[in-house]
Design a protein around this ligand. Structure first.
Ligand SMILES: [Ca+2]
Length: 184
């Protein structure tokens, strides 16, 4: 049993080492996105909305940190309502030293794609901006790099993140500011 556990740890270490090499390992120089430097004068922070809900036509802003696998927006979405999550300007964030312009991701290198099974959402590009609605018994994901507009399948909390490999958010860097709007 002990040998099996050791083998498992060695295998995991090997995967982590190869992954770190494939993923350029350490972070790039600090970069502050222009939008994140702006203190929203008129925009409301999503986490400070009354009842944590948006009325039709209303918007709020929130930040999404690259190194956090689940950025809780502090917003409750309602089933059948339509929302959009938009990124203004050219905001960048980093997977190790690799720059991505949100909400777009990339197809990744050959080596990275050997570990594509570790991605939080296997069908979406590496570092694509993702929305997740945490329903009562199920979560629903939307790839915001493909469409910024989606309909909530169920009532639930909104979570945003960059689509990276599970367990490898630690070498990510930067944050973006997004606007969440209720369209219908
Ligand atoms: Ca990473």
């Amino acid at each position: 049993m002990a040998t099996r556990q050791l083998c498992s740890k060695v295998r995991w270490f090997f995967v982590a080492a190869v992954w770190a090499l494939a993923n350029h390992t350490w972070a790039a120089s600090d970069h502050l996105n222009p939008a994140t430097q702006l203190s929203p004068q008129t925009a409301v922070l999503c986490s400070q909305l009354d009842g944590h809900r948006l009325i039709v036509g209303a918007s709020c802003v929130t930040t999404v940190k690259a190194e956090i696998a689940k950025n809780d927006v502090g917003l409750h979405l309602q089933a059948s309502d339509e929302y959009s999550v938009s990124v203004s300007g050219e905001q960048v964030w980093y997977d190790a030293s690799q720059e991505h312009i949100a909400p777009h991701g990339s197809s990744g290198s050959f080596l990275m794609n050997l570990f594509a099974f570790l991605k939080k959402d296997c069908d979406a590009a590496w570092f694509a901006l993702m929305a997740e609605i945490k329903g009562a018994n199920k979560s629903y994901t939307h790839d915001l790099s493909r469409s910024s507009i989606f309909m909530a399948e169920e009532d639930g909390q909104l979570v945003l993140y960059a689509n990276d490999a599970r367990g490898f958010y630690w070498n990510n860097h930067g944050e973006i500011t997004v606007t969440v709007s209720r369209e219908k």
